[in-house]
Design a protein around this ligand. Sequence first.
Ligand code: NAI
Length: 255
Amino acid sequence: MFELKGKTALVTGAGSGIGAAIAQLFARAGAFVAVIDKQAEHAHTVASSLKDENLSASDHCLDVTHPESCQAMVEAFQNTHGKIDLLVNNAGIGHVGTLMETTGEDLDRMYATNVRGVFNMAKAVLPDMIGAGKGNIINLASIGGVVAVRDRLAYCTTKFAVVGLTKCIALDHASEGIRCNCICPGRVETPFVKARLAEYPDPEAAYREMASTQALGRMAQPEEIASAALYLASDASAFITGTDFVIDGGWSAGK
Ligand code: NAI
């Protein structure tokens, strides 16, 4: 429905879940996709499956918490492809706990990936985007970046920060042709959530409980988040910047 022909896209955390779905949808829409993940084999598997479909992709092992590595990866990609049109900051990690159950180290670790990772990658791509007079950054925040979620203090803290980062980048760089938006999903059935469910004595009951926070009574599929990313990446959303696009099955609509 939305085209990305001739565009290049970097997608972090694309070895799994929502990132893998975004990489696939962007490639099918015509983009060259850099599948980036700290787990090299996962990035390789996703990029290979895209190439098997005759789509354009490369895989990159990168830990987004390291600013120099982000810079080096972006420079190498820029040298090969000449431009970066799109950056999707999707890599993220979770943590369960209240303030009393969260250590300072937990918070720093969450911050390093969920906030510094977004900051590092945005800082690496922005100079070239500004030079080109156009660019589009999409960040994966969370419904936990819009409303508080019980027992998720560190996670919500980082995701509220991602919403703030998004709005500041959008405001500061709009006049230079840059758009920046974030997506705030409710619960999405990915390895991230499945691993959490597996920790419960009755995973099916835990699924029903987690799904019940959403008015639609189920979790989203990764493709349902990827389609929003494709819309934000495409020219169909040309007038949208600085927004937090909530896709939560009605979670935040009220009780
Ligand atoms: P996932 O765990 O299935 O995939 C995340 C990927 O990011 C993994 O492949 C992991 O190796 C990679 N990654 C983690 N840290 C990294 C780092 N430092 N550098 C590079 N890659 C790294 O997760 P999922 O569920 O697909 O989540 C993706 C994003 O969406 C995250 O930012 C998450 O917070 C957000 N989100 C997820 C929701 C859900 O219910 N699954 C709900 C709301 C937001």
